[in-house]
Design a protein around this ligand. Structure first.
Ligand SMILES: Nc1ncnc2c1ncn2[C@@H]1O[C@H](COP(=O)(O)OP(=O)(O)OC[C@H]2O[C@@H]([n+]3cccc(C(=O)O)c3)[C@H](O)[C@@H]2O)[C@@H](O)[C@H]1O
Ligand SMILES: Nc1ncnc2c1ncn2[C@@H]1O[C@H](COP(=O)(O)OP(=O)(O)OP(=O)(O)O)[C@@H](O)[C@H]1O
Length: 267
């Protein structure tokens, strides 16, 4: 959705205020962000700098093997003036593969492509939490956007997680507009997103364009019925990624004083 300057101003101010409030309500001080050099992490980092000050934002660069565009990640951190650290995930990927190889035989024949695709996001998130927990009041900030989340194009317990998610209700084109509004240089926000492992673009993998998806999300309109059905199906079957783990709530009594009625409400 094309946003006017007034709307962008309102939205950006609100986002910045919300980040500040979320940081304080979760008892956090330092924002820890995985910096890929693409639009989502660049815009989240830019918003966090506005909300919390650059001294409270830390970028973690996590290449796997040779990341051909790693200079983008260094440059956006330098541009924002935030501290950053580059940590290769290759040793962790290797160990994981070794362990997985050892599980082959009994009930695993081959390591599936899905396993391979989703391992890097999970390792990156594990690393972000590991770093964040060793920093006083560190909080991992999620960088997902509405378009990808809408169709579940994200790894459960990988990039879907974090302390809070500033861009979760903004489509990819709206993230770009907010990025421009806060002065993120164009080269970081118009990079063609690709999944990093197959080198295919998101749109190749998804089978429809973000323009089509974003228009459907905001206006409910879509010309191609086949694509509409595909999006609806992807949406429906990926909601589990964004809901807390369902819990079995037995009828056995809970008499301890409960703040917030978490268990009793579910009965
Ligand atoms: N209804 C259900 N309730 C609970 N769990 C359910 C479930 N259905 C599947 N599952 C479990 O979830 C697993 C599948 O979910 P998941 O592991 O997420 O994997 P999956 O949805 O198969 O794949 C995620 C896709 O997102 C792409 N991705 C990931 C990360 C970032 C980006 C990006 O560009 O930003 C894109 C990635 O390339 C891949 O194509 C299944 O193997 C199964 O264990
Ligand atoms: N190489 C990397 N180094 C650091 N963080 C990464 C890296 N790759 C992915 N991430 C983190 O995981 C998030 C999701 O990554 P993904 O590769 O799926 O790109 P994306 O959703 O298009 O996001 P972005 O626009 O930030 O690249 C990123 O926003 C970033 O926080």
């Amino acid at each position: 959705m094309k946003l006017s300057n007034d709307k962008l101003k309102l939205l950006t101010n609100d986002l910045v205020k919300w980040i500040r409030e979320m940081m304080s309500s979760t008892g956090g001080e330092k924002a820890i962000i995985g910096i890929s050099g693409g639009k989502d992490s660049s815009v989240v980092a830019g918003l966090c700098v506005r909300a919390l000050g650059k001294e409270n934002v830390l970028g973690i660069l996590m290449p796997h093997e040779v990341q051909y565009d790693i200079n983008y990640s260094h440059e956006i951190c330098d541009f924002l003036g935030i501290k950053y650290k580059e940590v290769s995930i290759t040793p962790m990927m290797k160990s994981f593969y070794e362990v997985l190889e050892d599980t082959k035989g009994d009930f695993i024949d081959n390591i599936s492509e899905q396993t391979k695709l989703n391992l890097p996001p999970r390792i990156r998130m594990t690393l972000l939490y590991a770093i964040s927990q060793s920093i006083y009041n560190g909080r991992v900030i999620n960088t997902s956007n509405l378009s990808e989340d809408w169709v579940g194009y994200a790894t459960v317990y990988g990039d879907t997680t974090g302390a809070f998610s500033p861009l979760a209700t903004l489509t990819t084109d709206e993230v770009i507009q907010v990025g421009r509004y806060i002065g993120i240089p164009e080269k970081f926000i118009i990079k063609t997103p690709e999944d990093g492992l197959t080198k295919k673009t998101d749109e190749d993998v998804l089978g429809f364009s973000y323009d089509t998806l974003n228009r459907y999300i905001r206006e409910g309109k879509i010309d191609d019925k086949g694509i509409k059905n595909k999006i609806d199906k992807m949406h429906k079957y990926s909601r589990f990624k964004f809901t807390p783990i369902p819990i079995y709530n037995s009828y056995l009594p809970i008499k301890a004083k409960e703040l917030g009625n978490f268990y009793n409400d579910k009965k």
